[in-house]
Ligand binder design. Structure first.
Ligand SMILES: C[S@@+](CC[C@H](N)C(=O)[O-])C[C@H]1O[C@@H](n2cnc3c(N)ncnc32)[C@H](O)[C@@H]1O
Length: 200
């Protein structure tokens, strides 16, 4: 790692009840869309800074309501998305109206937005194969400041619900990291992780 080189970051967030297909109402992002609002705030915190976008960051939304679909936003190539919830929700809704691609096939929806079938297990596998060091965000984990971060770091968060037992089983071989004993909202966790990596 060269001093001053930007560390690339990935975030994955699991929306346990967000519909994977069929669209939803843009007027009810915290209700009938299964708390999509939580995922939208995560996209906002992961990718947008005051005047621009974090080109070193990707976020994968996991939509696990009525099927499984992953939507990846990649700061390096993202175009036409603005940091307001409705704009991001509009993109997600449009993606959910299309067919779910096969697991592991990342199909482009628009510049910087791709989608694929699969769940967190596939994301963990892909990240590992791509040399990304994975951390599970958990208030009971090891303090974030105890780790040093390599070139590619990935952080996994849940939405308003705890990780399921099946998800916890898939993640049990990775380090879990804590930002303190108080449970915070997911998007706040992302901002804190960025702040920490920006300073190191
Ligand atoms: C709103 S919290 C979920 C709270 C949920 N009731 C639970 O028990 O997991 C959303 C996610 O943010 C992350 N998170 C929240 N507080 C954290 C903390 N203090 N340290 C590390 N991660 C945290 C976790 O991944 C958590 O699943």
């Amino acid at each position: 790692m060269i001093w001053g080189e930007i560390l690339s970051r990935r975030f994955a967030i699991i929306g346990h009840e967000v519909p994977a297909k069929g669209g939803f109402s843009l007027n009810d992002l915290s209700g009938s869309s299964g708390r999509l609002d939580v995922l939208l705030r995560a996209v906002n915190s992961a990718l947008f800074i005051s005047h621009g976008i974090r080109e070193d960051t990707q976020i994968v939304l996991h939509l696990e309501g009525a099927g499984s679909r992953r939507i990846k936003f990649d700061g390096k190539s993202l175009k036409g998305v603005h940091p307001d919830e409705r704009s991001i929700a509009g993109q997600v809704r449009a993606v959910t109206k299309s067919q779910i691609p096969p697991v592991g096939v990342w199909q482009e929806y628009s510049r910087g937005i791709t989608h694929s079938g699969g769940s967190i297990g596939e994301t963990l596998q892909e990240w590992s194969q791509e040399g990304c060091e994975i951390f599970i965000m958990d208030a009971n984990g090891t303090p974030l400041e105890n780790f040093s971060f390599g070139e590619k770091s990935g952080f996994v968060l849940s939405d308003h619900k705890p990780f399921t037992n099946a998800e916890s089983d898939l993640m049990c071989n990775f380090e879990s990291t804590s930002l303190g004993e108080k449970w915070l909202q997911g998007h706040s966790c992302i901002t804190i992780v960025h702040h920490h990596l920006d300073r190191h």
